[in-house]
Design a protein around this ligand. Structure first.
Ligand code: DLZ
Length: 210
């Protein structure tokens, strides 16, 4: 029997310094209150435990979980184009993306505007896709779960940028509240914390030069 059980993800063996990382969070507006709790958990872990600068966390929203892979892929590509142009700017060239509104899908309460600062010229080092799927009475849940998990994996493998699967796939709302640390009994654990930690660790792994 384990006396002291660490809920969630065990910390990495060595400190994970995220101070030079830029992270994208894409979250759904379905099941919004629970999703917001998970987003806050991910931000908290990255900023407070791993020194990620708040201005380097960009938050965008999509309607539902099914839209997460497309948004992750699109926003990742745009950030990579911007980063390439950032290098061009140093040589006096004009940005092809100037004037493009990258925050068009953002939820006003949580969004960090995509400014034309130096930080916004850095491509994302990792993406966290956050959503909550709750089973209903039809097969919809099964189809969406399968599509979203496969889609998120594909974006990560195709792009070479880690994409964290921050989607709760729950049978009941109580399960979802518990896994967002929002249950009445206070016995749950906010999985957003694990996703934030995982994003930093995987981003550093992506950037590692052997
Ligand atoms: C349609 C739908 C349903 C029934 N349930 C959820 C859910 O629990 N969580 C979620 O994130 N999205 C849900 N959606 C919306 C789909 O993900 C998607 O947005 C629509 O099918 C449009 O593509």
């Amino acid at each position: 029997m384990i006396d002291e059980f660490h809920k969630g993800l065990e910390p990495a063996a060595v400190p994970q310094d995220g101070s030079n990382l830029r992270i994208l969070i894409v979250h759904t507006r379905w099941n919004s209150p629970i999703v917001q709790g998970l987003v806050e958990g991910a931000k908290k872990a990255m900023v407070e435990q791993h020194k990620v600068r708040p201005e380097n966390i960009v938050i965008e929203s999509v309607p539902g979980a099914y839209e997460l892979p497309f948004a992750a892929k699109k926003l990742l590509e745009v950030s990579q184009i911007r980063a390439a142009e950032g290098a061009n700017d140093l040589m006096g060239n004009v940005s092809l993306l100037d004037g493009l509104n990258l925050t068009g899908t953002s939820s006003p309460a949580t969004s960090t505007p995509a400014a034309t600062s130096t930080a916004s010229k850095q491509a994302f080092d990792a993406v966290i896709c956050i959503g909550v799927l709750i089973k209903g009475s039809t097969m919809h849940f099964e189809y969406i779960c399968e599509a979203v998990s496969q889609g998120i994996m594909r974006v990560g493998l195709d792009s070479g940028v880690p994409v964290i699967f921050g989607v709760l796939t729950c049978l009941t709302e109580e399960q979802a509240l518990n896994r967002a640390g929002m249950d009445k009994a206070g016995k749950g654990h906010n999985h957003g914390l694990d996703w934030g930690q995982g994003a930093v660790e995987m981003a550093l792994l992506k950037n590692r030069t052997l």
